[in-house]
Design a protein around this ligand. Structure first.
Ligand code: C2E
Ligand code: MG
Ligand code: MG
Length: 304
């Protein structure tokens, strides 16, 4: 049972508009608990925002309004850029500069994320092949692959095709998947991860520890890299406990032959702690925020 409720303030209120509002409220119910939802104005604003995004997304893709930003991952020991993650940014002439949190969830709901992920992978492959032609030493770049993508069959072949078009050696492309993908079709996910690895791509688990099935997914998926979620490093209340967990997670992953990346690292203390614990790579504002391709080039290739 679920219900959306919209309060009637006057007998002159338009009944159709009230029904629409109550209908909008009902879409906000959460699967686990809240089945009775009161309408409020922010829901309408959200809906308008969503419509704007949906109206513009196709043309934005054609017009290259989505841009690849690259956040370097630094080696914990030498503290030099050793890899990077591609993160999307939308520079819209109409809506301004938009960060992914504002449109990725919408694209995940309406399926457009499949096109966007393909676009990002293509742009990254194109850029890597350009650097290769210029004789630059490539760094592995990871691309986020949405949960929705993992339920499509032949994803591994599809990724391979995109990368091969630009003749980029597979070890310079890494695919990041999130734990939540684990809740969908496990058989397809496992098959995809195995195929990707057989093709020579690295596969990493993003936001490790943020979900519920972390250890289970470690057991079942043959992953190359785990990315410790930034949440481990937030809040000073239980620093001792979280340091213990981080330290032991790193050693567990090492025993499983995996590489460890710590995400969201903002302070020198965190860097020192992670280097001490034998963490491999560090990604976070302490070293660098996500950079435009030009700035990344300057950071990685001009300082050497
Ligand atoms: P993510 O893949 O876990 O990416 C890391 C996020 O943490 C990025 O946020 C990055 O800017 C942010 N970050 C990095 N270092 C720090 C730090 O030191 N402190 C703090 N507070 N934040 C830090 P961003 O770029 O806003 O992306 C958010 C999420 O959107 C990503 O989380 C990823 O799940 C998703 N995303 C971004 N680009 C894509 C894409 O091309 N495809 C898909 N499917 N998802 C994407
Ligand atoms: Mg990621
Ligand atoms: Mg992450």
């Amino acid at each position: 049972f679920s219900a959306g409720i919209c309060q009637v303030f006057s007998s002159r209120d338009d009944i159709n508009a009230l029904l629409t509002s109550a209908g909008l409220a009902i879409t906000k119910r959460s699967e686990s608990s809240n089945n009775i939802v009161w309408f409020n104005d922010s829901m309408k604003e959200e809906q308008i925002w969503e419509r704007n995004i949906e109206d513009d997304m196709e043309s934005a893709l054609e017009n290259h309004e989505f841009q690849v930003y690259l956040q370097p991952k630094y080696s914990a020991k030498e503290e030099i850029p050793s890899a990077a993650e591609a993160l999307v940014r939308w520079s819209s002439p109409k809506l301004g500069f938009i960060s992914p949190g504002k449109f990725i969830p919408i694209f995940e709901r309406n399926g457009f994320i499949l096109k966007l992920d393909d676009y990002m992978l293509t742009e990254v492959a194109k850029q890597q092949s350009k650097w290769l032609e210029e004789g630059k030493k490539l760094l592995p770049i990871s691309v986020n692959v949405s949960r929705a993508h993992f339920t499509t069959e032949n994803l591994a072949e599809h990724i391979c095709e995109i990368v091969d078009e630009y003749k980029v050696p597979h070890d310079f492309i890494e695919l990041e998947l999130t734990e939540s993908a684990f809740f969908d079709d496990k058989a397809i996910l496992l098959d995809t991860v195995r195929k990707l690895k057989a093709f020579g791509f690295k596969v990493s688990m993003d936001d490790f520890g943020a979900g519920y099935s972390s250890l289970n997914s470690l057991k079942e998926l043959p992953l190359d890299i785990i990315k410790l979620d930034a949440e481990f490093f937030r809040g000073a209340d239980n620093l001792e406990r979280s340091n213990l967990i981080v330290g032991d997670t790193i050693s567990l992953a090492k025993k499983l032959g995996m590489q460890i990346v710590a995400e969201g690292i903002e302070t020198r203390e965190q860097v020192d702690f992670l280097a001490n614990q034998d963490c491999d790579l560090i990604q976070g504002f302490y070293f660098s925020k996500p950079l435009s391709v030009d700035d990344f080039e300057e950071c990685v290739y001009c300082s050497k």
